[in-house]
Design a binder for this molecule. Structure first.
Ligand code: C5P
Length: 246
């Protein structure tokens, strides 16, 4: 089957605080999106690349046109306007999948340094019969769940611990997340039936696939595949790009 890669890059990047969409923030002198897209091109797995960009952002459209030229012929190229949240941006991309596409990888434009090996592990699992597969890493911190509460003496609003899942079974999840196209379409059709509160809690595509009862398989992610969210992440990515860590 033929594989499409969707790169979602329609977020505002407010947490990074650069005042421009995150995908346009420079890394090693190039827009972050350029690293992410050329990483996909170089992985050699995409018959189609579809990039979701912020609506009404001609500069980003220009960056995508340059990237298409750099990628050369042989990959079907699509650019779509993203939606109000990440799920909507994925759905905008699913609407333009080409004839003959059977599997799709959804990748964050905010993960500019994902190594080819991660793309290869995800596509290999799809080839081996998985309908959904995600790359993940073991977590180093102990993770607790919390609920809102008040301090006994003052009534000040704080949180208290409601549980500690065993760390050995927790994973930090990355992208690209890979899917049989038909399965991802069904998952996103289900997403449209969620109320606003539930929809706001959707942070990746795999959880929508979980919700329709399909197995989601896990392969090894990479420390280089970090999502750039804070200025500290950007510093780390610049250091990785310099070489010694790569
Ligand atoms: O906000 P978060 O860090 O989870 O975003 C993950 C990815 O989803 C980013 O690459 C971002 O550009 C993308 N996104 C999008 N459309 C939105 C919101 C986020 O494509 N409306």
């Amino acid at each position: 089957g033929s594989c499409a890669v969707v790169i979602v890059a329609a977020g505002s990047g407010q947490r990074l605080g650069f005042g421009v969409p995150k995908a346009r923030v420079p890394l090693g002198g190039e827009p972050m999106l350029a690293h992410a897209v050329l990483g996909v091109v170089n992985a050699g797995i995409a018959a189609q690349i579809c990039i979701a960009i912020p609506p009404g952002d001609p500069e980003m459209a220009g960056i995508c046109a340059d990237l298409q030229e750099q990628a050369g012929p042989g990959i079907l190229w699509s650019v779509v306007e993203g939606g109000a949240d990440r799920s909507e941006s994925v759905r905008a991309a699913l609407a333009v999948m080409a004839e003959g596409i059977t599997t799709v990888l959804v990748h964050d434009g905010a993960r500019p340094l994902t190594p080819s090996g991660v793309f290869e592990r995800v596509t290999a699992a799809l080839r081996d019969g998985a309908r959904a597969v995600i790359p993940a890493l073991a977590v180093v911190d102990t993770i607790k769940t919390v609920v809102p509460t008040e301090l006994p003496a003052t009534g000040a609003g704080v949180e208290k611990v409601s549980g500690t899942p065993p760390r050995s079974r927790l994973r930090a999840v990355q992208t690209p997340q890979g899917f049989e196209l038909e399965t991802l379409r069904r998952a996103h059709a289900h997403a449209l039936t969620l109320d606003a509160a539930a929809a706001a809690q959707v942070t990746d595509d795999a959880m929508l696939v979980e919700a329709i009862g399909e197995d989601v398989y896990v392969v090894q992610g990479s420390a280089h595949s970090l999502k750039i969210t804070t200025p500290t992440d950007l510093l780390l990515a610049e250091a990785m790009l310099q070489g010694p860590l790569r």
